[in-house]
Design a protein around this ligand. Structure first.
Ligand code: 5BU
Length: 452
């Protein structure tokens, strides 16, 4: 291959960089304009480009390759052909068709994907794309970029832990063009002045703390669970999906010191008895200072829910501090949950769930406006005014073979800014449930602190 400089000058001939005065999408006036799409129309250059990019990379690390749409897609394709690393395709338009797949192609969860981008400026489009890929269970650790406009994007991504490999920087390009007298000293000076004044600083918005949430979430149950979290340094909820009272109480005794709430599916108990089950459970809740969360997922009209909540053998209204409810029956259906806090189901963790973006948006509007609702269960970020509860957490597994999909506590806090993690089998199926609860508690708290 020719030298990198010779290669760049070949590329330059295709008109990929123009100098003058250009108004960018952001409204800022820039002394140069970059568009690398012409590179894909020259097969020889595209092939060379693919090899230059591949040469910079630890190729053994990657199971997949994906280009950020659209400009980088042919580049990623060329790299795939040259390296035999399989290509996957990221859809750009997936957002408008909620249920459509975001990623096309053949891939498995847990595979590591190299992301290819043509130009990096502030890093914003990569930061949007990466979570969409990671949501499919694919890991992204490295990004390869053809041209770095040196406006802070590379540093922002690196601070977030991604490795960013860039073939050219704009300063390097200007130097080569100056040497070949395509640019004057004056022009280079103007470009440098522009770059000095237009770097996006690393000023990421941080999640808000439990203390700050106490000030904006005024429901009494929100206050109680936040105070408990701060006091116990825990954001862990154990899902006690066991089928006998003895197992339930034994589990509560073991995990009680480490949790903010114990989540029940009270209707799976084979031997439920108000006196034998609920009274000792309430005593343990008082002894260890945790709340009782009944994961009933009410999903009916108000009148029926009212009866399901207060009557029958479980009489949930008499002992639960918080309950989960679907919002599918509309705003008024939630009026009956007067003496508890409601956590609305906004999005589910299972494969193929129908809770797409449109559903979540509408459900979130109801949750935000209803005074009985103080939180939501979701696998996506939700507004700060609601507390976020995230199930589907497991340090060891990525799925259960029955549709459940798992993430780590770290993912839930860094990507979703969750408030509480819900762990079931990761704890009650462990050989030592107490030790497992302690490990999840520590992992959850560390992940929370790191996200601050
Ligand atoms: P697991 O054993 O950690 O997979 O249990 C998860 C619990 O959370 C279980 O009780 C589910 O009913 C509950 N859950 C969930 O897994 N995913 C969801 O989207 C919702 C609830 Br909503």
């Amino acid at each position: 291959m020719e030298s990198k400089k010779e290669f760049f000058l070949e590329c330059y001939k295709l008109g990929i960089i123009k100098f003058g005065r250009f108004t960018l999408k952001s409204g800022i006036e820039s002394p140069f304009y970059v568009d690398l799409r012409p590179l894909s129309s020259d097969p020889k250059i595209l092939k060379h480009l693919a090899n230059y990019l591949l040469d910079m990379l630890p190729l053994d690390n990657f199971d997949l390759i994906c280009g950020v749409p659209y400009a980088a897609m042919p580049m990623a394709t060329a790299m795939s052909l040259e390296s035999y690393i399989p290509l996957i395709i990221k859809r750009k338009e997936a957002k408008t068709y909620g249920t459509k797949k975001v990623i096309e192609g053949i891939y498995k969860k847990g595979q590591n994907c190299l992301l290819v981008e043509d130009v990096i400026t502030s890093g914003a489009s990569l930061l949007e794309t990466i979570p969409e890929i990671e949501n499919e269970g694919i890991t992204v650790s490295d990004v390869v970029v053809v041209l770095d406009r040196q406006q802070g994007g590379k540093e922002i991504l690196e601070k977030k832990g991604f490795r960013v490999h860039t073939l050219f920087t704009i300063s390097e390009v200007c130097k080569m063009l100056r040497e070949e007298e395509h640019l004057t000293d004056d022009e280079v000076g103007r470009i440098n002045d522009f770059l000095a004044g237009n770097t996006v600083k690393f000023n990421e918005e941080k999640r808000i703390s439990y203390e700050q949430k106490l000030k904006i979430c005024d429901h009494s149950v929100a206050q109680k669970i936040l105070e408990t979290a701060i006091e116990k340094k825990s954001n862990l909820i154990v899902s006690a999906d066991v089928t006998s009272t003895a197992e339930l109480l034994a589990l509560a005794e073991k995990v009680g010191p480490h949790i903010v709430a114990l989540k029940t599916h009270i209707d799976i108990l084979l031997d439920f008895d108000a006196d034998e089950t609920i009274l000792p459970l309430k005593d343990l809740a008082t002894k260890y200072n945790f709340l009782l969360m009944e994961d009933r997922k009410f999903a009916d009209i108000g009148n029926t829910q009212e009866m399901q909540f207060a009557y029958g053998i479980f009489k949930i209204s008499q002992w639960a501090d918080l309950v989960t409810a679907q919002v599918i029956a509309g705003y008024d259906s939630l009026d009956c949950f007067r003496n508890v806090g409601v956590v609305a189901i906004l999005g589910m963790s299972s494969k193929g769930t129908l809770t797409n973006e449109d559903y979540r948006d509408e459900a979130t509007k109801i949750a935000l406006s209803h005074p009985n609702v103080f939180g939501g269960v979701c696998q996506n970020k939700i507004p700060n005014e609601l507390l976020l509860f995230t199930p589907g957490i497991n340090l060891a597994d990525s799925a259960d073979g029955k549709g459940q999909q798992y993430n780590t506590p770290e993912h839930a806090f860094s990507q979703l800014e969750t408030d509480f993690i819900i762990v079931g089998r990761g704890i009650y199926k462990a050989d030592d449930a107490e030790q497992a609860a302690l490990s999840y508690k520590i992992a959850g708290w560390q992940a929370y602190e790191q996200s601050l």
